[in-house]
Structure formats: C-alpha cells, structure tokens
Design a protein around this ligand. Structure first.
Ligand code: 5GP
Length: 208
C-alpha cells in the first residue's frame, strides 16, 4: 500500500530528562516503517555508547570538514559540542518510504522547520518542572551544577514549544508512545500523502 510514497520526516525534541530516548525506543520496537537518524557529534561517548549506533563520534576537525562539504541537513552547537544530522541517509530512507525520526535539540529543529514545510514536528513535554528535576536527579550521574544548567536549558526549550506542530505529554511511556503513533498514522493519511493512491484508482475508473 505504501509503494511510491515518501516517508515522513519527523522532528522530535524535548528537554533533557523528558524521556525522549525511552519513548523513541518503544516507538521503534513497534514500527517497522520508521527509523531513527544517527547524528554526528564531537562530544565524548558516554559509557555504553557505541560509535555508529548511538552517534558517529568525531573530532571537531572531522565535523567541520562535513560542514564544509555541506553534508548536514542541520547542525548546532549545544553545551560546547557540535551535533549534526547527516543528510544523505535521510534522503535515501525517505525515498524508500521509511519515516525518519530526527531526535534533535530546539535550535537545530528550528533550522529544519525553516527549510522544509513537509515535516512533522513533535515536542515532548513533562508534567511539571518538579518532575523534570526529580528525573534529572534520579539519573544520579549529574552534578548539582549540571542539573541546574539542564533545568535552565529546559525552561528555554519549553518557551520554544510553540514552534512545533504537536506537543506530547510524557506522563507515562506507554501512553506517550501511543500518542506519537497516533500522530504518525494521522499524518500519513493527509490528502497530500494519499493523493497518488487516490489518483491511481481514479485512472482505473476513467479507463473502464
Ligand atoms: P546528548 O549529548 O544528551 O546525547 O544530546 C544533547 C542534545 O543534542 C539532545 O537534546 C539531543 O536531542 C540533541 N541532538 C542529538 N543529535 C543532534 C543533531 O544531529 N542535531 C541537533 N541539532 N541536536 C542533536
């Protein structure tokens, strides 16, 4: 049914501690039609992170080379490191009919929104600022200063949520995953994306 149909480009952002990563994992486990773009970054890998799986970990020099070659759909500097979305695999997946999720921060998301009108943007939010603080502290890996810094960034990120098409509350992973599935399913059924399917049938009608 999906033949000849481009996939959806889905931009997904949310404050650190909003649970984006967990939701995406749960979403991908249930959808074969959707893939996650792997970003390039200059930050150091965290324990357990694997090059080519979680990120492409590169030096600043290597990253700047890709910028010079115009190889990114977008890139941004965040907490002193570069993060960028390699463009070539995205074009390929979309043309194969796969939906592609970009899990990126707000500045990069806004750049993509300014360049493309055909994307679906989703902002993941949290029930309250107290809940966000609790989640950040529960990680147990962050210093007090880092928690403060992330809370401040979260405030700024929330103030940009109005730029997104959808806001999904992550009060519970299963419910939040279901909400995003609903968005993807509905967006795939917009007339503009179903037009070829309609026209194909229409052509058969008129040749009978
Ligand atoms: P972390 O260092 O915690 O993995 O990611 C920090 C922030 O960078 C997160 O908000 C994440 O969504 C964002 N990010 C990851 N990849 C990209 C990317 O390719 N482009 C941009 N603009 N942000 C990214």
């Amino acid at each position: 049914m999906n033949k000849n149909k481009e996939g959806l480009l889905i931009v997904l952002s949310g404050p650190s501690g909003s649970g984006k990563g967990t939701i995406i994992k749960s979403l991908l486990a249930g959808r074969e039609d959707t893939v996650l773009s792997i970003s390039m970054t200059t930050r150091a890998p965290r324990p357990g992170e694997v090059d080519g799986v979680h990120y492409f970990f590169r030096t600043r020099e290597q990253f700047e080379q890709v910028i010079a070659e115009d190889g990114f759909l977008e890139y941004a500097e965040y907490n002193g490191n570069y993060y960028g979305t390699p463009e070539a695999p995205i074009r390929r997946w979309l043309s194969e009919g796969k939906n592609v999720i970009l899990e990126i921060e707000v500045q990069g998301a806004e750049k993509v929104m300014n360049h493309r009108s055909d994307l679906v943007s989703i902002f993941i939010t949290i029930p309250s600022i107290e809940e966000l603080e609790r989640r950040l502290r529960d990680r147990g890996t962050e210093t007090e200063e880092k928690v403060r810094g992330r809370m401040e960034t979260a405030g700024w990120e929330l103030s940009r949520a109005f730029r997104y098409d959808y806001v999904v509350l992550n009060d519970e992973v299963e419910a939040a995953t279901r909400r995003i599935n609903t968005i993807i399913d509905a967006e795939s059924m917009r007339y503009s994306r179903m037009e070829n399917t309609v026209l194909e049938v229409l052509r058969d009608v008129s040749t009978q």
